[in-house]
Every structure is written in C-alpha cells, then in structure tokens.
Design a protein around this ligand. Sequence first.
Ligand SMILES: *[C@@H]1O[C@H](CO)[C@@H](O)[C@H](O)[C@H]1NC(C)=O
Ligand SMILES: *[C@@H]1O[C@H](CO)[C@@H](O)[C@H](O)[C@H]1NC(C)=O
Ligand SMILES: *[C@@H]1O[C@H](CO)[C@@H](O)[C@H](O)[C@H]1NC(C)=O
Ligand SMILES: *[C@@H]1O[C@H](CO)[C@@H](O)[C@H](O)[C@H]1NC(C)=O
Length: 489
Amino acid sequence: MKLTLAFLLPAVAFAARLSQIPFQETPEVEAFQIYQSEYSEHHSIRIKQQQNNSLCDAHSKQYTGWLDVGSKHLFFWYFESQNSPSEDPLVLWLTGGPGGSSMIGMLQENGPCLINEGGNGTHYNQYGWSKNANLLFIDSPAGVGFSYLDEGIPLPGDSFTTAQDLHHFLQIFVGTVFPSLADRDFHITGESYGGHYCPALGAQIVAQNTLYPKRQQVNLRSIFVGNAYVSPVDTAFGYWETLCTTNPGVSEPIFNKTRCDIMASNLPRCLDLARLCYAHPDPAICAAGSTVCWDGVISYYDGESGSGGSRNRFDITTPCKSGDDLCYLEAAWVESYLNQPHVFDALHVPKAVGNYSIYNMNVEFAFELTGDLGISLQPQVLYLLENGVDVLFYQGNLDLACNTAGTMKWAESMAWTGQPAFVAQARKAWELEGREVGWYKEVKVETGSGRETTFAVSTVDGAGHMVPYDKPEEALALVDRWIGKRSFA
Ligand SMILES: *[C@@H]1O[C@H](CO)[C@@H](O)[C@H](O)[C@H]1NC(C)=O
Ligand SMILES: *[C@@H]1O[C@H](CO)[C@@H](O)[C@H](O)[C@H]1NC(C)=O
Ligand SMILES: *[C@@H]1O[C@H](CO)[C@@H](O)[C@H](O)[C@H]1NC(C)=O
Ligand SMILES: *[C@@H]1O[C@H](CO)[C@@H](O)[C@H](O)[C@H]1NC(C)=O
C-alpha cells in the first residue's frame, strides 16, 4: 500500500503480524486485584505487582495490568519513583504513532530499564525518568501493544475517545488504587503523535474536573511533549528549513538547491490544502492535503527513508539502521523480548492478545479514516493554557518527522495572552553542568484561570526524534527541571 499520508509515522515491516487476535474471554482475575470506577460501571482496573526485577531492574516497586472498558482493554506498566514515591509527582508517558506501543518509550528511551542488544533481556537505565517521578506507561489506544479489543469491536480512530477512557483510568488510579497520589502533581508526557494524545487527554481532564468538581479530580499541572505532532501544516512547512539550511545544527544543508527549490515551489499548495483540512476536517479533504504535501514536499526525504531507502527521518544525520520504517534495531529487540513466554507469564497476558507487536498499522489507518492525522491540536493547547496548565514542547533538533522549525512556527503563531512576549523573546541557551545543551523560550503569564501559566519550547542539540534515546542525560535533566520548577532559566 502506498503511503499517501504525509506525516504519519511510517508503516513498520512487522506490521503484518501485529494482530491482537480478539477472543471474548474472562480475564484471569486470580492474579490481579480489581478496582471498579465509582463513576462508570464500564471502567475498572486489574492490577498486579511484579514480585521481582526479573523483567525490569527498576530499582523501585512496579505494577502491571489493564484498564478494562467494556470491550476495550488498555495495558499499563507503573513504576514507583526511585527517589521518594510518597512525594514525587505522577507522570504518564504516551508513545505516538498512532499505533506505536508505549513500550518503545519504556524500553528504548526513558524507562528504568532498557532493552539489551539482541533483545534477550533488559538492563538498568541510570537516566530513567522514574528517578524523580512515579512513572506510568500506557499502551494506547486499544489495539496497540499489549492493549486489545474484544472480537468484532472496531479499532479506535481518534485522539479523543481514548482520552475519555484514560481520564476514567486516572480517576481510579489516583482515587482508589493509589490514593496517596490523589493530591500529587500530575503531568502528561509523550512523543510524536503524543502531540495529539497529550493535549486531547489534558483537555478532557480539565473539562471533567470543571464539570464534576465533586468527583475525583485529576491534579493536572502540565503537559510536556517531545517532538510533538501538534500542527501538521507547520510540520510540513518545517521540512524546508530542516533540510535546506544549517539551522538543525548541521554543517551543510542535507538537500541541494535543486531539491530545495522544488520543495519551496510546491509548499504553498500543500499548505493551502492542509489548512483547508483544519477549517473543514472532512476526511476526503484531509486526505487530499496529505497527498499533495507528500508528493510535493515530504516524499523527497521520507520516500528515501526507512524501508524506502537509507535515510532516517527521525535523525537527519544518521542512516536508517534497520531497513524498516522505524530505523532503529531496538524496535525488533523490544518485540522479541516482550514476546518471550516468561514475559507473557509474568505479565499474565490474556490469550486474546496473541502476539505482542510494537506497532499496529491498522490503528494508523483507522486514524487516517477519521481525519485525526490532519487536524491541529492547538485549540486543546490553548484551552490548557487558559486553564492554568503549564505546557512545554521539547525538541531534538535533528528530527525531521516532527521538526523544530515547524514547532516554532505554530508556537509563535498561536494567538493567546503570552504570544507577544513569546515571539519577542530571543532564544536563550540552557546548560547542564556548564555545557550548553540547547536553547529555550519560555513565558509566564496570568491567564483566564488567574494563575501564572508557563508556555515553553526547549531544544536539545544533537538529538533526533527520540531525545531520551539520543541524549539520555540531557533528557533527564530537562524533565527534572520542568517537573521541579517549570523553567529553564
Ligand atoms: C544475552 O546475550 C548476551 C550475549 O549474547 C549474553 O552474554 C547474556 O548472558 C544473555 N542474557 C540472557 C538473560 O540470556
Ligand atoms: C540534487 O540532489 C538530488 C538527490 O540527491 C540528485 O539527484 C541531484 O543530482 C542533485 N542535483 C545537483 C545539481 O547536484
Ligand atoms: C520472579 O517472579 C516470577 C513471577 O512473576 C517467578 O516466576 C520467578 O521465579 C521469580 N524469580 C525470582 C528470581 O525470584
Ligand atoms: C505469533 O507469531 C509466531 C511467529 O511469528 C506465529 O508462529 C504464531 O502463530 C503467532 N501466534 C499468535 C497467537 O498469533
């Protein structure tokens, strides 16, 4: 199948054997404790503690299980903070796609343990994000990774349905399963298509907190998303700057003048159509925009990346190492590790899951059909800022797929109280132990909520799409700063 979609994270070679084979079956409740939502008869959590570190040397307590929502079942893996579980905030991580398993984040990027070469085990990660935070990974939406659907239930196709389920999950998680977390600061983070998921979930939480003040509140303080796919139009626009200038931090532009001129002349039509999809999110219009942007702009690089060639769209300075569309060997290792029978046993994976797959292409197609891939989540970002939720977008500067140029374009064009100060501000360097790591812009303004609210963009030089993978120490420093004081100054 030809990838007509301009911006999606690409098909993965092993997508063919991804099926989360759906059988109706009663979960093996014996291994799990069950917690029922007070507010929805359809939502409950089944959870078990991992008795030892055989799966993941986490240096803290760890729990796994599923959120059961009627016919949908969402897998999670929860690590207590290694520092102070009773005081540290709660952080939720969502990998993108749509269709990517959050186990990519956990085992390749920022979990307390990382996959071994070859995928025969894991080892402790000294830069894991559970160092100073209680850290939760969820495979989302249903149909991704260890998350599954009962037979005959269609795959979710947008960023909003799952946000509703995850909000219920969080209410049970902090209200009933771990009540000591109820008053703790909560942050949503993620990567890539997380630029859709995180604002959507954040907005759902704020809306539900406001609508139902007597129900369990979820104490959302910020969202922070890495190389976020928020605004497709601007991501496409940023292709030219990323490939045709030295701004990403390369000594020579990646593309020559011939190619750059072609892309520049095709860009206006791509932008016009993609904006039409914003105004009229009809799947047919959005698909047309995607096709024109792909043919005229995106394909010059992406068509030669991943399984289409040796380029890597997640890091313009490195080759594609695996020949599949993710370009990283770790993806196959994670898959091979998590498919081992002893892992299935320890997690008590229901038979309905069949095989674990790190990427579900059919989820991506489902999102394509609804037009979710082509819309901007900027309205949700604005809603969060207006309601006093701090927002950070952090960027690895060598990424093309969700490039820094595009993020800056929409961040500066977003009309809100903080816009003039944000636009006027010069980029400032931020440092780690005297070393310049990247730059940032941040503004703190009083919004409709009456609370000082921070909006920031920060970058990491020399990192691609997966910042914690490329620059683990810098990524942890960035996260600790954000969680600690919401400022890079
Ligand atoms: C994994 O493979 C490496 C190298 O082949 C070997 O040294 C190690 O013992 C293996 N670990 C496990 C848990 O099998
Ligand atoms: C520009 O780059 C393209 C693709 O790498 C190549 O085919 C073409 O020959 C180059 N043109 C010039 C003038 O170097
Ligand atoms: C760790 O726990 C699993 C059950 O989850 C058990 O099968 C295994 O024997 C335990 N390993 C050790 C070393 O205790
Ligand atoms: C899992 O994958 C293996 C190899 O790809 C295959 O032989 C097996 O039938 C699959 N099992 C299920 C339950 O899908």
